[in-house]
Design a protein around this ligand. Structure first.
Ligand code: F6R
Length: 241
């Protein structure tokens, strides 16, 4: 594991964006595993800026997102498909046919999850997976549990996650209670994993995930076992380490 310390969110975003920048530069047809939430927003801004400068070309890039809310379609402003369009895809030259997220409108959970795992496999696996970390230690929507789930699956979101994500919705009642998420093995099988974590509110869980036991009670702790895992974090998030 490599830990990259950054002064603040802006610096962390720049440093983490550099990993994706070099990934795409070295392998223009990379399969990127992407994340939503507040943590990667600065990374995407840096990638858009690099594209506008003419330094980055997304035309060969394929992307698979970690997760999507069940019941929200891509037109819904709080869906992760919509988030990715507004925060990255609409501003770079990635081909729409190379963008993949779980289909939140598919009511057949088993078929949707199997199809997503098949897709990742058919793409040849993920070259670089970007993740954030939830306050309860989740990665993707792999919530704390008594066992790790390997493949893409449908999860019941925990109260902690619903509360944390309510800030993006007009009210908490509108936060979907279920999501499709890549599983732990999908994430672990990525060739490289880069986590971005910023802010004091992430300090305690980051310490548990990085220095504590590997346990499904803190899903992010499994990343300690990944052979190419980089944590990019600001000083506040690293303050308990
Ligand atoms: C989002 C995702 C989540 C977030 C996590 C942190 O696609 O998979 O695991 O990375 O909830 O969210 P933020 O960055 O908003 O603190």
């Amino acid at each position: 594991m490599k830990i990259v310390r950054a002064r603040d969110f802006e610096a962390a975003s720049r440093k983490a964006a550099n990993y994706i920048f070099s990934q795409i530069t070295l392998k223009p047809d990379s399969v990127l595993g992407l994340a939503t939430g507040s943590s990667p927003v600065g990374i995407y801004e840096n990638l858009i800026a690099a594209y506008r400068r003419g330094d980055l070309d997304f035309s060969g890039v394929r992307s698979v997102n970690l997760d999507e809310y069940v019941s929200l379609g891509p037109e819904h402003p709080q869906s992760y498909a919509y988030f990715m369009q507004t925060n990255l895809f609409a501003h770079v030259n990635i081909l729409p046919t190379n963008i993949y997220l779980p289909n939140g409108l598919d009511e057949d959970a088993a078929a949707q999850c199997a199809a997503y795992d098949r897709l990742i496999h058919e793409l040849g696996g993920i070259d670089l997976q970007l993740v954030g970390i939830g306050h309860n230690g989740h990665i993707g929507f792999n919530e704390p549990a008594d066992k790790f789930v390997k493949g893409t699956h449908c999860v019941e979101l925990t109260k902690s996650t619903i509360d944390a994500n309510a800030r993006f919705f007009p009210c908490e009642d509108l936060v979907p209670r279920k999501a499709y998420t890549m599983g732990i093995l999908d994430i672990l099988q990525a060739k490289r994993v880069v986590m971005i974590a910023c802010g004091r509110s992430k300090a305690k869980i980051l310490m548990e995930a990085i220095t504590g036991p590997v346990t499904p009670a803190v899903p992010a702790s499994i990343l300690q076992l990944h052979p190419d895992f980089t944590l990019v974090a600001d000083e506040e998030a690293l303050s308990e380490l």
